[in-house]
Design a protein around this ligand. Structure first.
Ligand SMILES: N[C@@H](CCC(=O)N[C@@H](CS)C(=O)NCC(=O)O)C(=O)O
Length: 200
C-alpha cells in the first residue's frame, strides 16, 4: 500500500496521525498540489475528485476520502482500536469525529483557502466567506471545549480518530490565523498533550 499525499495538507495529516497512533508504516507518494498534479488525468484515475489523501492498494485499487481510508485500515488492523471496541464506543467516536470534521476542520479550511495567497489562482476567494466561517467556529468550539473536560483525549480516556482530525484542524488553524485554543482551556490542555504525542 501507499498513501498519496501532500506534506502539510490537513486531510493527509489526519491519516498520518492515525497511522502513527496505529504504529502502521505506509510509504508516502507525494502529489504536487501547487503544480496541479492532482487535477491531471493520472491522479484523477485514482480519485476522480482530485483530492488527497488517496490510499493505493498493492493491486492498484484506490480508496479516497480520509474517513473511508481510516475506516478501511481499521478493519484490516483492528488493534489498537481507534474508533472503538464496542458498538456504543464506535457510535460515540463517529459522532465526535463528524463534529470535529464538519463543524471545525471544514470551517478552518474555508478560512485558510479564502485568505491564503496560494489559493488566489485556484479558487475565487471571498473575504466574507472567510469571515462567516471564522464567526461560525465560536459555538462548536465552546461545546467541544466542554466535551473535552474529562480528557486526556477528546473522547475521554480513549484515543480516537477524532483526536487525529482535531490535531490537523489545530495545525491548520495556526497557519490560517484562526484562534482555536485561546479561551478554551480544555482544548488547550488537550492540544498540549496530543500534539506532544505527535512531536509538536
Ligand atoms: N473530503 C476529503 C477532502 C480532501 C481535501 O480537501 N484534500 C485537500 C488537501 S487537505 C486537497 O486535496 N486539495 C486539493 C484541491 O482542493 O485542489 C477528505 O476528507 O479526504
Amino acid at each position: 500500500m501507499k498513501l498519496h499525499e501532500f506534506a502539510g495538507a490537513s486531510s493527509p495529516q489526519r491519516v498520518r496521525f492515525y497511522l502513527a497512533e496505529k504504529g502502521l508504516d505506509i510509504p508516502s507518494e507525494p502529489v504536487d498540489l501547487p503544480s496541479g498534479e492532482h487535477r491531471g488525468p493520472e491522479f484523477r484515475a485514482k480519485n476522480p475528485m482530485g483530492r488527497v489523501p488517496v490510499l493505493e492498494l498493492n493491486d492498484g485499487r484506490c480508496v479516497s476520502e480520509t474517513l473511508a481510508i481510516m475506516e478501511y485500515l481499521e478493519e484490516l488492523f483492528p488493534e489498537p482500536a481507534l474508533i472503538g471496541e464496542t458498538p456504543w464506543e464506535r457510535a460515540q467516536t463517529r459522532s465526535l469525529d463528524r463534529v470535529v470534521e464538519l463543524e471545525i476542520l471544514v470551517r478552518v479550511m474555508r478560512v485558510f483557502q479564502n485568505t491564503n495567497p496560494a489559493f488566489a489562482a485556484r479558487i475565487r476567494q471571498s473575504a466574507e466567506a472567510a469571515e462567516v466561517a471564522r464567526a461560525n467556529l465560536t459555538e462548536p468550539l465552546t461545546v467541544l471545549d466542554r466535551m473535552a473536560q474529562t480528557g486526556p483525549f477528546l473522547a475521554g480516556h480513549r484515543v480516537t480518530i477524532a483526536d487525529c482530525t482535531m490535531l490537523a484542524a489545530a495545525n491548520l488553524a495556526e497557519r490560517a490565523g484562526v484562534v482555536l485554543l485561546d479561551g478554551h482551556p480544555n482544548l488547550a490542555r488537550w492540544y498540549q498533550g496530543f500534539s506532544a504525542r505527535h512531536g509538536g
